[in-house]
Design a binder for this molecule. Structure first.
Ligand SMILES: *Cc1c(COP(=O)(O)O)cnc(C)c1O
Length: 442
């Protein structure tokens, strides 16, 4: 509708949600499957940077970035320009029919940026789940083995195979089965809850794999280097390197699902970089293309190229418009040093969250890296999950015009995923609303 300049500050002109959003939501109920819900049913008209403008004219502060997608900010001018240019050039040919350079350029970038300097090749897809499915296909073919090992609290998507890989039943899996076979789940490293060192947690996981699955059956260990939907769980130091070393020693592959953690989010290009872990295969999506649907599977050339001709593909994968958006997104990340900015966000926000933990006894743990930060809510003095508090905090923030997200197997984690281009003033504003939300519960 409107295209006025949005301004950079949060500003409410109606109650939230406003009357137009409420009316739209009634209309939605008649036409959209009830299986889809909206965390925060305000309807968006346009956006800029970290501000969303709804159809009632409210300016909302976005601390979720569409779930870690628009890391370069909404309507980033370089991305908008690249998309407009590509739409004018051509929108689709199908890469499997008549190819184009943009697809190759994205693969080159992914091969360059993902951990390790070994020879790599890449295939592009439309969604994170599709990338994970293909990573599993490739790993099974390349190793000739069936078993995929995943961990507790994992989230890998909502297609049939990725539901099997995902840990949490409600809402993702309940009554949607039967699920794909040859998926085995072991305990992860969850320092707040298991009290184990990284090597101890890895030894326990490996014991379980060797006794329950058998090393020679394992095609791959698939793991998020920092768990996203599972609650921003940062494994203890040494956990990921130990699992990675075990796969190498046992002829299996290490697949890092960097769909949420990738592309500067954690203060490195990829979360594996923090511990020098070099995966055999990396899956990417979310932050890669600033909201255009694009996902990648990047891996060792000998693994990726083991697939027979025609074995990988899809009608839309690596669509030229999405590819152009990815190239502009990556260029923007370099130009604005968004790795550095993610580290600045961590340096600014983590101490504030730690101070809140001192002040409010419902905060049991504060954790995260870069601009992927969270706190876990508990019943005071225990580790018992307090999902009601998380729900109340999200509601409070929403009513104040702040998009805040929860996460976690127990629904008791508040996670912050701001655009990496968020200003300090916007961060301060968001943190003050979060503080008020916590105070309102005390
Ligand atoms: C979001 C996500 C997925 C699934 O991506 P979709 O694009 O929603 O299919 C897979 N893995 C991780 C770690 C994710 O965060």
């Amino acid at each position: 509708m409107t295209t006025t300049v949005t301004g950079t500050t949060r500003q409410l002109v109606t109650a939230i949600p406003g009357p137009k959003s409420q009316a739209m939501h009634e209309r939605r109920k008649l036409s959209v499957s009830a299986g889809l819900t909206n965390g925060f049913p305000v309807y968006i008209d346009h956006a800029e940077g970290s501000i969303l403008v709804d159809i009632d004219g409210n300016r909302l502060l976005d601390l979720g970035s569409g779930i870690a997608v628009v890391s370069v900010g909404h309507n980033n001018s370089a991305v908008v320009k690249a998309v407009q240019q590509q739409v004018a050039d051509f929108t689709h040919t199908c890469f499997m029919v008549t190819p184009y350079e943009e697809y190759i350029e994205v693969c080159e970038e992914l091969n360059r940026l993902t951990p390790g300097t070994h020879a790599k090749t890449t295939a592009l897809f439309n969604s994170g789940a599709e990338a994970v499915e293909n990573a599993v296909k490739i790993a099974r073919l390349a190793t000739g083995r069936p078993a995929i090992v995943v961990v507790d609290h994992a989230y890998h998507g909502r297609t049939n195979l990725t539901m099997a890989l995902t840990a949490k039943n409600m809402p993702y899996k309940d009554r949607f089965g039967p699920f794909a076979p040859e998926v085995y789940r072991v305990a992860t490293s969850y320092p707040f809850r298991d009290g184990l060192s990284g090597p101890e947690a890895a030894a326990a996981a490996i014991r379980e794999i060797e006794s329950s699955v058998g090393a020679h059956n394992v095609a791959a260990i698939l793991i998020e280097p920092i768990q996203g939907e599972g609650g921003f769980i940062v494994p203890a130091e040494g956990f990921l390197p130990a699992l990675s070393a075990w796969t190498t020693a046992n002829g299996a592959l290490f697949i890092a699902d960097e769909i949420q953690t990738g592309f500067c989010r954690t203060g490195e290009w990829f979360a594996c970089d923090h511990e020098g872990v070099i995966p055999d295969i990396v899956t990417t999506a979310k932050g890669l293309a600033a909201g255009m649907p694009l996902a990648g599977v990047t891996g060792r050339a000998e693994v990726m190229n083991a697939v027979h001709e025609g074995g990988l593909g899809g009608t839309y994968g690596g669509n030229p418009v999405a590819a152009a958006a990815a190239l502009a997104t990556i260029a923007t990340m370099r130009e604005l040093d968004l790795i550095g900015r993610a580290r600045e966000i961590e340096a600014k926000v983590l101490p504030v969250l730690r101070a809140l933990q001192q002040r409010f006894d419902i905060i049991g743990d504060v954790r995260g890296r870069g601009a992927m930060l969270a706190f876990e809510l508990v019943m005071p003095g225990t580790t018992t999950a307090n999902a009601a508090a998380a729900k109340a905090i999200v509601s409070y923030c929403n009513a104040q015009g702040v998009v805040a997200l929860s996460a976690g197997t127990y629904g008791n984690v508040i996670r912050l995923l701001p655009a990496l281009t968020i200003t300090d003033a916007q961060l301060d504003d968001g943190l003050s609303v979060l503080t008020d939300a916590l105070a309102s519960l005390a």
